[in-house]
Design a protein around this ligand. Structure first.
Ligand SMILES: [Zn+2]
Ligand SMILES: [Zn+2]
Ligand SMILES: [Zn+2]
Ligand SMILES: [Zn+2]
Length: 768
């Protein structure tokens, strides 16, 4: 792209950057430059020609992957073997009989690997896929039979072995299979009734999207104001937790960072045996159903036949990307998403699509951004023309605004990470919460995709929002998290919320990312929550007043030192001037000292020796450092030292920080975590409780951050054997989760449901 920009005539660059000419005319000029310029031609070739990239099917690559997989399997590096076979499947086409049999081999080899990794259901699935491709492939039947036997599905195992017998020609092979069948018969007769009952319990697959029980959706209406343009408001009074919207996306796309870990259609975590696209080497899908839907040729079985996805059946969103060309893998995600929107709106027959009313802030963009959009749009117009051959001429101009609209309106689809999903490529399952380990449960979300919703994308931003959105697969649900009066705007948070970032930082973030200055009620003046982000203790021992600390946001702590820090701050309670500058200088020195000793074990000695005169920022950096130490593999060795260091740190923090400061909540939470790691959950309870009290002041009692901390407390109390405390907290978690995620939230958070079951059991045990 840089080469292309360098090739542009300066007059054209200036014309685009100034924004004085119409987008249509600058796009036309740029397009004509593209058609004559060699550098541009080359770039387009690279993006469009399947032969020039590694995005097209390629038998040799697939066979190389198979070879590498076999070698890894031989070394017992099963995880690596798994990756190799999956990559091989990505590159193998199904065009010729030879390729089909290569694909079947790759599937059976992957099944054998899954078998060794004890991922039996996935292994059976891969064998079945191989059999579907090549029904006379004895190895596939044999492998499936063996796995069925391990699953104790003896009858199925025998059936598969019978099939092997009919296909196997060698005498030795026949003998072996007969022997194994005889063994199976014995096992079958020995299987007790109890065994049968225990393996009859159907496995719950939390990845599958349950067809939801319909909740009533409230009426909303779109409103237009000159300042905020489109917005959404309610037509009736709403209680917290009311469902106001359920919507499938107009278009959606997986984020680049999640391409190898999440399904490119439903955005769920990929299983150990993902499926590749049939005709290109780019996407991975969790099942055949998702793959078929992405190509627009499938039934609706991927998503449980839900009504909300009716729109999606039309789409086939990957189809126009699927020629083996690299552009959809290489270009920025928002541009590829814009192309999906463009192609879809064309397919639906209204070029002036429903998203035209969305703001794009084009005029507010910098000259450089305008130039970027132009180049991207002209590239996209060429690419789409190449693939469909029916795109009209001013497409580039439309795409400029469309990409800008996507940037301003796309929403992040988040997925709940289950506590055990730190290890990717494993089957998702509920963690074992029945054992009394100190596993800390928490609600963590990861951004997996970007999507544009016709209705939900109209919601405006507020730093203290009254709506929370959640996602199941691609479908968005929006619920009120406060009481909202009829006619009031419905607002979500686009990013940093009140209590997470100081108001100036929030505003700067929103200006930079979304080109507007927030004027929400939380931004009118500095709020209580802003003050508590970093609140210092008053120097008068008896005073409970808050001393505002240096305004830093948690996200930019390392930059804290580059800021000009205020020298003195006034206690809001008694008016005493408190010297915060000395604290900052001491902090800076200690921080530098710490940076130098970063990699040495001396760190712990330093932590143990620092004096309480070194003030707040020192403490914050220490907290971050310890956090990474706690999660490092060598942490176990120094548990005693760590507990001592952390408790010492807590004492220093209490001297410096106000008792309601959010920073103190972080430290208390950390102390609880360290105590749990050191197997002292009963000592951790009070620290976790203090953290909750602070968070309730910084946010509100029903905030999701509070639910998260209470969930931690529940697991700590459970580990400490305090069932009463655990049940009490889980009850509150339940209430907050219902408000944010609806009555069926346990579908998304299976581990909360299993914790509830375990606690109910031990609760009734206590009563008896
Ligand atoms: Zn999927
Ligand atoms: Zn494809
Ligand atoms: Zn605001
Ligand atoms: Zn004071």
């Amino acid at each position: 792209m840089e080469g292309v920009k360098a090739s542009l005539p300066q007059t054209l660059v200036r014309e685009i950057e100034s924004g004085l000419s119409s987008v249509e005319s600058t796009c036309t000029a740029l397009a004509s430059h593209f058609s004559h310029n060699h550098v541009c031609f080359q770039l387009l070739q690279q993006l469009i020609e399947p032969g020039m990239t590694s995005c097209a099917k390629d038998r040799q690559t697939a066979l190389d992957c198979k070879g590498e997989g076999n070698a890894a399997f031989g070394r017992a590096s099963f995880k690596h073997a798994l990756d190799c076979y999956t990559k091989g499947l990505r590159f193998i086409s199904l065009n010729t009989q030879i390729d089909v049999s290569h694909a079947a081999t790759l599937l059976v080899n992957r099944a054998a690997t899954l078998h060794r990794l004890e991922l039996l259901d996935a292994a059976v699935q891969d064998c079945t896929r191989a059999i579907e491709l090549q029904p006379d492939y004895a190895k596939a039947w044999y492998r499936r039979g063996r796995i069925q036997a391990d699953l104790r599905n003896y009858e199925n195992a025998v059936e598969d072995m019978k099939k092997v017998l009919s296909l196997e020609s060698s005498v030795g092979g026949q003998k072996q299979v007969k022997r194994e069948m005889a063994d199976l018969e014995i096992l079958m007769s020995e299987m007790t009734v109890l065994d049968e009952a225990s393996h009859m319990i159907p496995a719950v697959d939390s990845r599958k999207w349950e067809p939801r029980i319909m909740e009533s959706v409230m009426d909303t209406s779109s409103t237009w104001t000159p300042e905020k343009q489109w917005g959404l408001s309610t037509e009736q009074n709403l209680e917290p937790g009311s469902l106001i919207l359920q919507e499938a996306p107009y278009a959606a796309i997986v984020l680049k960072a999640c391409r190898n870990s999440h399904c490119h259609y439903c955005f769920g975590q990929l299983p150990a045996n993902p499926m590749a696209c049939n005709t290109c080497a780019i996407p991975l899908y969790c099942t055949e159903a998702c793959r078929d839907k992405a190509l627009g040729c499938g039934s609706d079985r991927a998503t449980g036949g839900s009504l909300h996805l009716q729109n999606d059946i039309l789409s086939g969103e990957h189809k126009h990307e699927c020629g083996g060309a690299s552009w959809s893998a290489v270009l920025p995600t928002d541009a590829v998403l814009a192309a999906r929107i463009f192609v879809r709106s064309q397919a639906l027959g209204h070029l002036d699509n429903q998203l035209d009313g969305f703001c794009h802030h084009y005029e507010n963009l910098s000259g450089m951004d305008k130039l970027d959009l132009h180049v991207l749009a002209v590239v996209m117009a060429n690419v789409l023309k190449c693939n469909s051959g029916e795109v009209t001429d001013n497409v580039a101009a439309k795409l400029v605004l469309l990409i800008a609209r996507v940037r301003a309106n796309a929403m992040a689809i988040v997925s709940i990470s289950s506590p055990d999903t730190a290890v990717p490529m494993t089957e998702l399952s509920a963690p074992d919460v029945s054992s009394s380990t100190s596993t800390l449960l928490s609600i963590e979300q990861v951004k997996v995709a970007q999507a544009v919703y016709v209705k939900a994308s109209r919601m405006n931003h507020a730093c203290d929002p009254n709506v929370h959105v959640s996602f199941q697969s691609r479908c968005l649900s929006a619920r009120t998290i406060k009481s909202v009066l009829a006619g009031a705007p419905l607002e979500i948070s686009y990013g940093p919320q009140l209590g997470e970032m100081f108001y100036e930082d929030r505003q700067a973030w929103l200006r930079e990312r979304y080109c507007f200055t927030c004027t929400c009620s939380a931004c009118k003046h500095i709020t209580h929550s802003d003050l508590l982000l970093i609140a210092l203790h008053c120097s008068k021992a008896s005073c409970e007043g808050v001393v505002p600390g240096p305004a830093v946001s948690p996200a930019t702590e390392s930059e804290a030192f580059q800021r000009t820090l205020q020298k003195q701050a006034q206690c809001l309670g008694c008016g005493t001037l408190v010297d915060v500058a000395t604290a900052s200088i001491a902090a800076k020195e200690s921080m530098e000292e710490l940076e130098r000793s970063d990699s040495s074990p001396l760190f712990w000695v330093l932590v143990g020796n620092f004096g309480s005169d070194k003030r707040c920022l020192w403490v914050f950096s220490g907290v971050c450092r310890i956090k990474s130490e706690v999660s490092s593999p060598s942490a176990g060795k120094n548990l005693k030292v760590m507990v001592a260091a952390v408790l010492h740190l807590l004492g220093c923090c209490r001297d410096v920080l106000h008792s309601s400061s959010k920073q103190l909540a972080r430290v208390e939470d950390l102390v609880a975590q360290v105590l749990c790691t050191a197997d002292q959950p009963q000592d951790a309870i009070s620290h976790c409780q203090t953290s909750i009290q602070i968070l309730e002041q910084v946010y509100s009692q029903d905030h999701i951050a509070v639910a998260n901390e209470r969930l931690k407390l529940t697991s700590i109390a459970h580990a400490a054997g305090d069932t009463k405390c655990a049940l009490l907290n889980l009850g509150i978690v339940d209430r907050i989760m219902r408000i944010h995620y609806g009555p069926h939230y346990s579908v998304m958070f299976p581990y909360i449901a299993s914790l509830q079951q375990v606690l109910d059991k031990s609760g009734s045990f206590v009563k008896n």
